[in-house]
Design a protein around this ligand. Structure first.
Ligand SMILES: O=C(O)CCC(=O)C(=O)O
Ligand SMILES: [Fe+2]
Length: 183
């Protein structure tokens, strides 16, 4: 199945605040694209990476369980591991935050092994306008739920985007599950 799967209630409101605090406690860098090139025009966000050991381990553990369930129930892909750290992204009105249509599968050694993408909404719906995460899993782009703490899982090759944030700021958390490249 290629249609995105909703993952409601991954995190509580307090969990979301804790994850944002973890990201703010580290370095928030200008986002880079799949190939490692900084391309400001396509992606306008700042990002921080969560380690799967230490203070953020509970975050990664919870997401990994949710991905395993979603894969079993919805996708049935061959997933072997989680080979990248969790990515917290901040899209800000002031910076014209957004991320144009793209696939998460690329030519890099990790990007080519991406199988499933999971994005969790860390901000409250009312904190921002615009900023919709839209996924085109089957020919029709659909907006993911904006509910804080909820998430969505979709095949990493599926085109998706974050519409420009027109007011406020949106925080998200993305992880990828990896395995042998699609063929
Ligand atoms: O922040 C989001 O909602 C999506 C992030 C994304 O698509 C990515 O990092 O590849
Ligand atoms: Fe993406």
């Amino acid at each position: 199945m290629l249609t995105p799967v909703a993952l409601p209630d991954l995190f509580s409101r307090e969990d979301c605040a804790r994850i944002i605090a973890l990201a703010e406690g580290g370095a928030l860098d200008e986002a880079r694209l799949v190939g490692g090139r900084a391309v400001a025009e396509k992606r306008r966000a700042r990002i921080a990476w969560l380690d799967d050991e230490g203070a953020a381990s509970w975050v990664m553990a919870r997401l990994m369980r949710a991905v395993a369930d979603a894969n079993r129930d919805g996708f049935g892909f061959d997933i072997e591991a989680f080979e990248e750290r969790g990515q917290v992204a901040l899209y800000e009105e002031a910076a014209g935050g957004g991320f144009d249509w793209h696939s998460d599968v690329g030519d890099g050694p990790l990007a080519r092994r991406r199988k499933l993408t999971v994005v969790a909404q860390l901000s409250e719906d009312g904190d921002y306008e615009g900023g919709a995460l839209e996924v085109n899993g089957d020919g029709a782009p659909r907006a993911a739920s904006r509910a804080q703490g909820g998430g969505i899982a979709f095949p990493s090759f599926a085109l998706h985007r974050v519409a420009p944030v027109t007011r406020g700021r949106r925080w998200s958390l993305t992880i990828w599950a990896h395995g042998a490249p699609f063929r």
